[in-house]
Design a protein around this ligand. Sequence first.
Ligand SMILES: *[C@@H]1O[C@H](CO)[C@@H](O)[C@H](O)[C@H]1NC(C)=O
Ligand SMILES: *[C@@H]1O[C@H](CO)[C@@H](O)[C@H](O)[C@H]1NC(C)=O
Ligand SMILES: *[C@@H]1O[C@H](CO)[C@@H](O)[C@H](O)[C@H]1NC(C)=O
Ligand SMILES: *[C@@H]1O[C@H](CO)[C@@H](O)[C@H](O)[C@H]1NC(C)=O
Ligand SMILES: *[C@@H]1O[C@H](CO)[C@@H](O)[C@H](O)[C@H]1NC(C)=O
Ligand SMILES: *[C@@H]1O[C@H](CO)[C@@H](O)[C@H](O)[C@H]1NC(C)=O
Length: 396
Amino acid sequence: MYSEEKKSRNYGSIFVYCFFCFVLIVEVARFAKPYINLQNLIETEAVVEEGFMAVGNSGNLPCGSSKPSSASVRAHDEQKLSQAVTTDTRTRPPNSYCVKFQSFVTMAKQVKENGGKYESRPFSVGGYNWTLLIYPVIYIPTDSGGYVSIYVRVDNSSLITNPKDVYAEITFLAYKSSTDKYQISQETEAQRFHLFKQQWGLLQFLPIYYFENPAYGYFFEGESVVFGVDINIVKPFENWEVFSNEQNIRDPIFEWRLTKFSTRFLDSYTSDSFSSGGRNWALKVYPNGVGNATGNSLSLYLLSDQSNDKGYVEAKLRVIDQIQSNNFEKKVAAWPNATENGWGFDRFLSFADIKNTSKGFLVNDTLKLEVQILSFSKTDYYSHQSSLNVLTGDST
Ligand SMILES: *[C@@H]1O[C@H](CO)[C@@H](O)[C@H](O)[C@H]1NC(C)=O
Ligand SMILES: *[C@@H]1O[C@H](CO)[C@@H](O)[C@H](O)[C@H]1NC(C)=O
Ligand SMILES: *[C@@H]1O[C@H](CO)[C@@H](O)[C@H](O)[C@H]1NC(C)=O
Ligand SMILES: *[C@@H]1O[C@H](CO)[C@@H](O)[C@H](O)[C@H]1NC(C)=O
Ligand SMILES: *[C@@H]1O[C@H](CO)[C@@H](O)[C@H](O)[C@H]1NC(C)=O
Ligand SMILES: *[C@@H]1O[C@H](CO)[C@@H](O)[C@H](O)[C@H]1NC(C)=O
């Protein structure tokens, strides 16, 4: 009895233990995954920050072992994830400039006496001159195996005469002959260049060992390597539009007397134009109806004098009761009818109601039509050259 009981309790506790272990493993995996991703991002961020700091501060090369990477530590602490460099491969060649080194190793030796950097000759992108700067070997952090650093610099002569911000999306490339593709590092946000920040790049573009051993696939035609850059100047918008609603309309009501109603023989009649809310309008009536309403209802529309007006209009259309003031009214709240280029109803008021004398619509063969404009939308267009002036108003 006793041993039997103990055995079953043992099975129970083993099960509980196993279940606990399983839950623990699942939870650890769940927490570890985002943490690893986050770490990668912070790492990348540190590279960007550091690259700018080192070059920006000293004004010349961020070379040698003098500077331990304090910037890297700081970036870790801040955990700022706003900027990130993404890496990828692509077949399309650089769109701004390319530098081919017949022998990367020889160049690296030669530039040692030149501040450790190779500077390309100027090339023009977006109305500015730029140069591509390549540091073939940078040991930051000090204990790292070394990196190739790469920067672009905007020529400051035009910025001195006309100080302004230049936004550019930058992608650095290195040709990988083994796959016949380019290895790319791309900043997700456009970089801002200006008089006090003329240079931007990646301190740790690619590890130096990629360019020391042909096995990594970056060499071709012997020891040749190629670096390149895309600079896409991002200009702010120069044209825009503002869509708004005009309410509290000035002179909202217009009345139109349609005399000799029973002898009207044309398909449609249009009133004189009238001004309401600063715009010109007119009423249009089909005494015998139009479309589906032909022969049974009066059709009534509000028209805008602006051809091709596509705005939204709210208005009340009425036929006045000339005896008891029991007016007939329908509200339109719509975009315009494409056929009419106006707002209204084909079946507005039936002939039966118009001819019913007790309703008071037709008196002395005269109909009194009325419109009350409640609101209309408008679109104003602006252009940078004349940003204070409306170019063409009201959705033309
Ligand atoms: C770019 O460089 C060329 C040649 O050095 C020069 O003629 C030109 O004025 C420069 N353009 C700008 C915008 O600085
Ligand atoms: C303009 O660029 C040159 C060359 O990079 C540099 O020597 C000079 O100090 C810069 N001038 C200003 C005002 O930034
Ligand atoms: C637009 O107006 C025409 C009359 O010109 C009419 O036949 C048609 O039904 C109207 N369309 C709409 C959607 O109201
Ligand atoms: C009006 O006529 C059109 C065809 O011309 C038809 O599609 C529509 O359903 C009709 N509307 C009414 C309310 O009878
Ligand atoms: C005329 O209008 C009155 C009041 O609206 C209504 O009672 C009467 O039935 C209508 N007559 C006809 C012939 O429709
Ligand atoms: C209708 O016309 C007659 C004369 O033509 C006029 O005496 C009468 O006042 C008019 N009625 C209305 C409601 O305008």
